[in-house]
Design a protein around this ligand. Structure first.
Ligand code: PLP
Length: 397
């Protein structure tokens, strides 16, 4: 039967009916270990008892009143995010793309206030992914995603890690904002070099350009530090967060430094649903578990084990040419074989993703146990062994 859903996705494989921790189950009770967290979202795993209890209790009390009225849970989560990141204020929305839209609008308004002939264009990085709405799509580099919807906002894409290209782009006229994923997710798990992130900070300082770090995928400790950009020893002006922030409920957050905190005035931006009590209660549990609950601390030895395990596989399998990513956000480059490896892992009961065609992508839930991780690496070893060998060149008689 034809689906009534628009054909934007190609869902394949199993329809899951329940989950617990890092496990997902189908209707027959068959189990898979989740190494993708629904694209980096369910960091506390599935059916986390404290998360479920808090959401159930909040749902029974109050779900929505709108931002016409004070939102106590949002106030609290915003304060905690600022404490954890060094930022100064937060706008809550409902998705990653909305968090980016807010950042781009904030940068445009700041540019107008800071400079007489305000620039309107943006700089982004080749390989970037920032979302699907028209603003965030404008700074997304993949032409296949962007070109069918042209004209988008004016954006120029700088070669990844090229200081020369970055400097040239600024020399041609500084932008309203430079937007960067410190670790590119969709683009193939590329970790941007610290020297590039620091030079970006300097150029933005010199020109009054807003530096946006899109940490929708790599933030909240997934790549090591709470903020991925902080690994470079400097901070951006604006940070976007989303995927894992509420552990599975829809959320976006745009964080601004003190200088930009009063850029938006009443009426400049808004969201009907953003920052409502249900999703903010969920976010509070996530932040609790990550910090006081010790989840971020427990991640470090597991992430080291994952990194070493993947490096070992690259050393032993010709199909794997490179490990990419950092900490709990990793990719294995398997030219021409990433989808086959993803399928091989699924057949063995483990769910991974792909990125940029050739990269097998791992964004495990933070609650994955050491024992589950060991089993996952063993299954990956088996999967790589079973991949069809690259065709030998035909011998010439
Ligand atoms: C997923 C993603 C987005 C878009 O998030 P949505 O919630 O799908 O709109 C934006 N930026 C980055 C870095 C992402 O990984």
């Amino acid at each position: 039967m034809a689906s009534a859903l628009m054909p934007t996705y190609r869902p394949a494989g199993t329809a899951f009916s329940s989950g617990a921790g890092a496990s997902l189950f189908d209707a027959e009770g068959r189990e898979w270990i989740d190494l993708l967290s629904g694209l980096g979202v369910t960091v506390l795993g599935h059916s986390h008892p404290r998360w479920v209890a808090a959401v159930q209790e909040q749902a029974a009390h109050l779900v929505h009143t709108s931002n016409l009225y004070p939102q106590a849970p949002a106030e609290e989560v915003a304060e905690r995010l600022c404490d954890l990141t060094g930022m100064d204020s937060v706008f809550f929305s409902n998705s990653g793309t909305e968090a980016v839209e807010c950042a781009l609008k904030l940068a445009r308004k700041a540019a107008g206030q800071r400079r007489p002939q305000a620039p309107t264009h943006f700089l982004a990085i080749e390989g970037s992914f920032h979302g699907r709405s028209l603003g965030s799509l404008s700074v997304t580099s993949n032409p296949g995603y962007r070109i069918p919807f042209a004209p988008t906002l004016k954006a120029h894409f700088v070669e990844r890690d090229s200081l020369r290209d970055l400097e040239q782009a600024f020399a041609q006229g500084s932008p309203a904002a430079l937007i960067v994923e410190p670790i590119q997710g969709e683009g193939g798990l590329h970790v941007l070099e610290g020297s590039f992130l620091r030079r970006a900070r300097e150029l933005c300082d010199q020109t009054g350009t807003v530096l946006i770090s899109d940490e929708v995928q790599c933030g909240l400790g997934r790549s090591g530090p709470f903020l991925a950009y902080a690994e470079a020893g400097v901070l951006p002006d604006v940070v976007t967060l989303a995927k894992p922030l509420a552990g599975g409920l829809s959320v976006g957050a745009t964080l601004a430094c003190a200088d930009l905190s009063s850029t938006f005035q009443p009426g400049d931006h808004g969201s009907t649903f953003g920052g409502g009590p249900l999703v903010m209660t969920a976010a509070r549990v996530v932040l609790d578990e990550l910090t006081h609950g010790g989840l971020l601390e427990e991640l470090t030895p597991k992430a080291e084990y994952l990194t070493a395990g993947l490096d070992d596989l690259v050393g032993r399998h010709d199909a794997a040419t490179e490990r990419r990513g950092r900490h709990w956000m990793q990719g294995l480059v398997l030219p021409g074989q990433a989808v086959a490896a993803q399928q091989g892992l699924a057949d063995r009961g483990f769910l991974a993703g792909t990125a940029a065609g050739d990269v097998l992508r791992f964004l495990p839930p933070y609650v994955l146990t050491h024992e589950q991780l060991e089993r996952a690496l063993a299954a990956l070893d088996e999967t790589l062994t079973a991949l069809p060998q690259p065709q030998a060149l035909p011998s010439i008689p």
